[in-house]
Design a protein around this ligand. Sequence first.
Ligand code: CA
Length: 226
Amino acid sequence: MKTRILIVEDEPAIVDNLVYALETEGFETVRSATGGEVPRLLESETIDLIILDIGLPDVNGLELCKQIRQSHSIPVIFLTARAEEVDRVVGLEIGGDDYVVKPFSPRELCARVKAVLRRTQYQPATPFSAPPLEVVDHKRCIRCFGQPLELSRYEYELLKILIARPGQVFSREHLMARVWDDPLASMDRTVDAHIKNIRKKIKAVKPAFDPIVTHRGVGYALKEIA
Ligand code: CA
């Protein structure tokens, strides 16, 4: 089955270029010129990745992504016309997987699409958990007390590593190397900030639950819960 990519963009010329480039690479495309119909599309169609314009006529792409993230873990690549929006995209709260600033070449975007798919389609054979935390990898979702956490890509990957081996202490360097494609070039390199966010998100689900242990000067571990 072909990988299906949903393009949410209101500028027809950009959509046409993208459709052409992606279909040339063997992807199937679905298009939507507005954000409003995206939730319905995600229910009715099988979508493997979303290319999401931030400046849509009806909704803000960032808000839409947050909304999508409440029930889906489909990877999202943002299109943005303004470099200053990038700060918000790479900010920790939105949950996007990558972004491209307009104007961009369709070829570059295809490369990003493939990279994101490679990264997100890595799946261990069996789901694993450290109750009450549970990794549902094919959905790229981590549940806490049954409730999905809204995690950014880095947060998800970090927490997944910790959950895989409760009790094991992982150094920041180790976590960086495993989660970031290119740790040195990353704009977004602080493990600590991401851990802080993960804690906040877990707390939002269960205020008294704080499963991540900081080993000062070393790194982090998931508490072993009997
Ligand atoms: Ca637009």
